[in-house]
Write a protein of this length. Structure first.
Length: 559
């Protein structure tokens, strides 16, 4: 990145980094990390943290680590580890050989815990979890000291070692930091450091029956790895004094924790716990449901990593939480796909058209431009025949005044093909139109009008003989409220119309050659991608986003 680019993108975190480099702090090193807990799938909020930590390291010629905070084997799974690595690679980041786990440091964390006991800064407590809560106090009332707080160093060391040896049942004892039960910061009221938990760990197996707590382990991991700038979201701001307390008491390398605002989006939720509720209650099809804000869900829907990184760059980095309009994210994906996505024709609600003056035994190939925004994308050949399909809503038997598409006696242009005129229609017993009878002008090949006559309507179409059947899934926002959490129960705000499945679609045959996830624009319909549910005999496409740009309308209204 050039100095001009840095100046353009400067924010308060980069100001801190640049100041530290100027002052020679940490010998001018920049070393960041992304430390997910492997207890769920990453969502777009995590993408912000990933981009901040990895981009800053790259911009200042530093290093970045991927580290899994795997301190709670109850909720962790290898499935989540693999999905997180897959998502980060998809976003375009490579941690090279710097992949770490909190469990890599369990031995050292245990030694540090004994050092805290030796310093009189930690003690073994026999209170149950419920009793700890009762002693903790409230935001307006101080807590009460544990009756076990003044045990001797020797007794605490003995009990802690026996905890490690497995002598006590789960939940009967914890190791707690001895800080201040009257602190206005609840995190400083003698927090737990270790708990007894007989649960097999996905990396260490059954070697441990005590596990470190997240707040204790996290700062030690940063210190051990030599992290210089520990960038995290704002909810950890109240945890920073505890982070500093541990490092100061142990007198070890001290990274700097810097907090930034979380990413919140309208019409969605960003809590892993709430997203897990959607999955567990079968309200979505899984973590990769295209309506989910998870990176795997967005990827399956057809969002591109370039669009997501552009979106993260546009919203910037601030200290105060805010809610970003979903329309901005949608604008970014449209802008990206408009440049890169090839065009195809697909008819979602087919109405058959028979061109009665076109030979029944004839078909021909017509040249179509693949992407008018990209001259290097070239062209493709599309089959034209006597029987076609158009969209049902492109025909009106009694057209309203502003309707410019096909109706009895009206001439329209078939895209890149010919001008056709509707001369008759076929109806079923209920009076519904089932077929249109049209004529075409053979002198208008390619949609041209040599005589210069004006034709207002242009329709997309597919050949009835050559097109492929397809299932198309149209996705809308998962929730009906801009902020679902304003409801007493966010589940009640789920949009019952967030998914519409259309099974009778027809699509250009070349769609079968698209790779899973490859973006494409269905002309006049929106941007789509091929879903993994597709098989050789069944094409399935997800709508990524419609063509209508609501963000531009919002900006226009603001002006």
């Amino acid at each position: 990145m050039t100095s001009a680019d840095k100046e353009k993108n400067i924010d308060f975190i980069r100001e801190i980094v640049e100041r530290d480099i100027r002052e020679g702090k940490h010998d001018g090193r920049v070393h960041t990390r992304f430390p997910p807990e492997p207890n769920g799938y990453l969502h777009i909020g995590h993408a912000k943290a990933i981009c901040i930590n990895f981009d800053i390291a790259e911009e200042y010629d530093g290093l970045y680590n991927l580290r899994f905070d795997d301190t709670n084997p109850v909720k962790e799974d290898v499935e989540y580890v693999e999905s997180i690595m897959r998502d980060i690679r998809w976003l375009g980041f490579d941690w090279e050989d710097r992949l770490y786990y909190a469990s890599d440091y369990f031995d050292r964390m245990y030694i540090y815990a004994e050092q805290l006991i030796d310093k009189g800064a930690a003690y073994v407590c026999d209170l149950s979890a419920e009793e700890v809560r009762e002693h903790r106090g409230t935001l307006t009332e101080p807590g009460r000291n544990s009756p076990w707080r003044n045990r001797s160093i020797e007794e605490n060391l003995d009990l802690f070692r026996r905890m490690k040896a497995g002598e006590f049942p789960d939940g009967t004892r914890t190791l707690r930091a001895k800080i201040d039960m009257a602190s206005p910061n609840m995190n400083m009221r003698d927090p737990a450091i270790y708990r007894i938990l007989r649960k097999s760990h996905h990396r260490t197996g059954d070697r441990w029956c005590i596990y470190p707590m997240y707040d204790y382990a996290h700062c030690l991991e940063d210190s051990i790895e030599g992290i210089t700038h520990s960038c995290c979201s704002i909810e950890f701001e109240d945890h920073r004094p505890l982070y500093d307390w541990f490092l100061d008491r142990l007198d070890i390398f001290h990274p700097q924790q810097i907090e930034f605002a979380r990413l919140n989006l309208t019409y969605t939720v960003m809590s892993k716990r709430k997203l897990a509720m959607l999955v567990e209650n079968d309200l979505v099809s899984g973590w990769d449901d295209p309506r989910m804000p998870t990176l795997s869900g967005l990827r399956r829907r057809g969002y591109t990593p370039e669009a997501i990184r552009d979106f993260i760059g546009r919203i910037g980095i601030a200290k105060r939480d805010s809610i970003v309009d979903m329309a901005l994210l949608e604008y970014c994906i449209r802008d990206d796909l408009n440049r890169r996505a090839p065009r195809l024709m697909a008819v979602l609600d087919p109405l058959k058209v028979i061109i009665k003056n076109y030979p029944s035994d004839k078909s021909e190939e017509l040249e179509f431009i693949n992407n008018p925004e990209d001259s290097s994308a070239g062209s493709r050949m599309v089959q034209f025949s006597r029987e076609l399909y158009i969209e049902r809503n492109d025909f009106q038997e009694e057209p309203h005044r502003k309707f410019k598409r096909l109706s009895p006696g009206r001439e329209v242009r078939l895209r890149y093909a010919y001008l056709v005129t509707c001369v008759d229609s076929v109806k079923d017993e209920n009076g519904n139109v089932t077929e249109l009878i049209c004529t075409y002008d053979p002198e208008t090949r390619g949609g041209n009008t040599p005589d210069g006559r004006k034709v207002k309507g242009t329709l997309h179409w597919v050949s009835a003989v050559h097109s492929k059947p397809a299932e198309v899934r149209l996705y809308d926002r998962l929730f009906t409220l801009e902020n679902p959490l304003e409801s007493d129960d966010f589940i009640d705000t789920i949009n019952d119309e967030s998914l519409m499945v259309i099974n009778r679609c027809r699509i250009e045959p070349s769609a079968a050659d698209l790779a899973i996830g490859e973006p494409v624009q269905f002309e006049r319909q929106g941007y789509f991608c091929k879903d993994p549910d597709s098989t050789e005999g069944k094409l399935v496409f997800n709508r990524t986003i419609s063509l209508r740009d609501t963000w531009k309308r919002i900006l226009k209204n603001q002006k």
